[in-house]
Design a protein around this ligand. Structure first.
Ligand SMILES: NC(=O)c1ccc[n+]([C@@H]2O[C@H](COP(=O)([O-])OP(=O)(O)OC[C@H]3O[C@@H](n4cnc5c(N)ncnc54)[C@H](OP(=O)(O)O)[C@@H]3O)[C@@H](O)[C@H]2O)c1
Length: 320
């Protein structure tokens, strides 16, 4: 495993972190707690030391599982969690008072502390962000107060889907420690403005959804079906499975000694950018953990291959 500094936190985090949405069972159908725990152990056995969860992932289910898991280990594991929008609307919609009123942010942090069974949260992220809130200091006050009380170490935001530029003001202000953003072979937009600013301000970058919810692993074909109740029935609705399949087929032409499989190519693409501190694939199976971690034991992508992948940038928003 290779490690990188996560911005101003100074933490040396594993290049591959653990995305813990799926193990929360909410929206993702098919997780099994025993297998999830095995996957977490397998990840940490191989050097993973960063886990991303959220209060919203199964209404505390993922946090509880992660909290239980961390207690079974002696290693220092950094756990990031998130405050859900009060109105439960993703991406953000509404005023700061409707989405993150100060007393609500504090209340959620207290719940996350209890769920994770810790006295201090390593990293607390606002689970959505609207650039219009930046001018109102009340987004900052509860986070700053929690930090002064020793209840959180660092705080940041998780940026709305496909909208990295909405974080430019807040990153530029120097008031947050990290951002979490969608970054993958299709959505390369964070490279345009967000990443250079994060580097300038020493803000840590957590790259999420490296596989475009599974599309970039090559496992989605036009006749793929998801279990009933799984949110990906909506994400990949209509003609979308065919659209991603056609594009991913073209990426197969790049598989060679630099990346032998599509998941490797997808993760290595995220890791080629020096602004990225950690990339957090969602993983529920030990086999996926093994495959993803193996990526950090091989050389990074060449600049030539990265340049060729730039042609595969695809502006879309399947979340809407
Ligand atoms: N708004 C936000 O803040 C937000 C939104 C979305 C995600 N996130 C965070 O980002 C993390 C990652 O995003 P995501 O989980 O939505 O999507 P993702 O990482 O792009 O894709 C996850 C999918 O890829 C599969 N997978 C993982 N490794 C694989 C491999 N080597 N080969 C084949 N398939 C593989 C997973 O399967 P299995 O699950 O079966 O292992 C799962 O179906 C989340 O877990 C969460 O922590 C945050």
């Amino acid at each position: 495993m290779r490690y990188r500094t996560l911005g101003r936190t100074g933490w040396e985090v594993s290049e591959i972190g653990f995305g813990a949405w799926g193990i929360g069972k909410h929206m993702w159908v098919g997780a099994d707690d025993e297998e999830s725990m095995r996957a977490l152990h397998r990840a940490v056995d191989q050097g993973v030391n960063f886990i991303d969860t959220a209060l919203a992932y199964g209404v505390g289910y993922s946090e509880n599982l992660v909290g239980r898991f961390v207690k079974e280990r002696s290693e220092r594991i950094y756990v990031a969690t998130k405050v859900p929008p009060k109105n439960r609307i993703w991406p953000s919609k509404g005023t700061l008072d409707e989405v993150f009123p100060p007393e609500y942010v504090i209340e959620c942090a207290e719940t996350s502390l209890a769920n994770l069974g810790v006295n201090t949260l390593d990293l607390l992220q606002l689970h959505v962000w609207d650039a219009r809130w930046f001018a109102d200091s009340r987004w900052f006050e509860p986070l700053d107060s929690l930090r002064r009380q020793g209840k959180i170490r660092y705080f940041g935001i998780s940026i709305n889907d496909h909208d990295p530029d909405s974080a430019l003001d807040i990153v530029g202000s120097g008031k947050i420690d990290t951002v979490q953003v969608i970054y993958n072979i299709f959505d390369q937009k964070p490279e345009d403005r967000l990443f250079p600013l994060c580097q300038q301000k020493n803000v840590g970058v957590i790259a999420r959804v490296p596989f475009d919810e599974g599309a970039l692993t090559g496992s989605i074909s036009p006749d793929t079906s998801f279990p009933s109740g799984d949110w990906r029935n909506d994400y990949f609705r209509g003609d979308r499975k065919r659209q991603v399949h056609d594009r991913v087929e073209k990426l197969k032409g790049f598989l060679d000694t630099e990346a032998g499989a599509l998941p490797d190519l997808a993760l290595k693409f995220c890791l080629h950018h020096p602004a990225v501190g950690t990339v957090i694939p969602g993983m529920r199976k030990t086999s996926h953990v093994d495959a993803n971690i193996a990526v950090t034991n091989t050389p990074p992508l060449s600049a030539h291959l990265v340049d060729r992948l730039r042609e595969h940038r695809w502006e879309k928003n399947f979340y809407s």
